[in-house]
Design a protein around this ligand. Sequence first.
Ligand SMILES: C[S@@+](CC[C@H](N)C(=O)[O-])C[C@H]1O[C@@H](n2cnc3c(N)ncnc32)[C@H](O)[C@@H]1O
Length: 307
Amino acid sequence: MYYHKPVMPAEVLKYLAVTADNVYIDCTTGEGGHSELILKNYKVKQLICIEQDKELLRIAEKRLKEYSNVLFINGNFNDLKNIVIDHKIRKIDGLLFDLGLSMFHYKGSSKGFSFEQDVKLDMRLNPSIKVSAYDIINLYSDQELRKTIWAYGEERWTNLIVKQIVKKRARAHIRTTGELRNLIEETVPRKFWKKGLHPATRTFQALRIAVNQELFNLEEVLKDSIKVLSKNGRIAVISYHSLEDRIVKNFFRLYSKGYDDTGMEHQDNKGILKVLTKKPIKADAGEIRNNRSARSAKLRCAQLIKG
Ligand SMILES: C[S@@+](CC[C@H](N)C(=O)[O-])C[C@H]1O[C@@H](n2cnc3c(N)ncnc32)[C@H](O)[C@@H]1O
């Protein structure tokens, strides 16, 4: 059974300009939703499926077993350059990044991504990651904890939440997602709970981003994308929160216009990319009705003009 519906399926095929005989990399394969879409609709020369979570990659492998033109790689996309070299991939026509987590992580895994489950605080997408959510909550100084929750969750109740975490962990470590969720529910006054947004959402988001170094990985891989992509190849990125979207938007601007949002000029970068989505593409109302994760999705796409 597959939990995850690929977001903006038609738009992804359109903006990636998927064409038979070309080579694509799905850098965030998950359960293989977008990959299946590509393989079903086009006889591509090769599709490389990268996924950090071994368990999920296995699901994708099973799902796509009828296709012989797929290469599965269990790894981090921030290793893209080495993956391309090691596997002697000489031509890449499109890179797809569908960021964040799969529905499987929230519903089917027990790694503690969801506050709706009561399991161990972990959140590591890959067992080689050293610092877990448990470590952050229990071992970070209150200052580091504040910085993490504020920077990656933009949580306006950060100070109060951290104060309560520090108080609670002095008595006994906070071990489960349930304990953390209850603490946040007791800390944020109910009259300030936002409709449709559980008060623990932003803290959980911050922990997940910090544990898996999501923003750092994204910044790194975007730079490498330019190095590995063939001329006229495309980068399509679907992001789910403003922190990710800002990185993508700024990166595309830097490599098309030659300046970033600090206004600093980088003439050497000018004209390397052509931005194909002036504004981010969003899912339409029909898709959002059928797929809640499409609500916050934003798709941006750019084409490599100068390699
Ligand atoms: C939104 S899901 C992808 C869903 C997929 N497009 C589909 O339609 O089924 C994002 C996936 O990216 C994976 N992921 C996140 N960061 C990664 C990274 N740095 N390297 C490789 N995979 C990563 C997650 O484990 C997750 O399975």
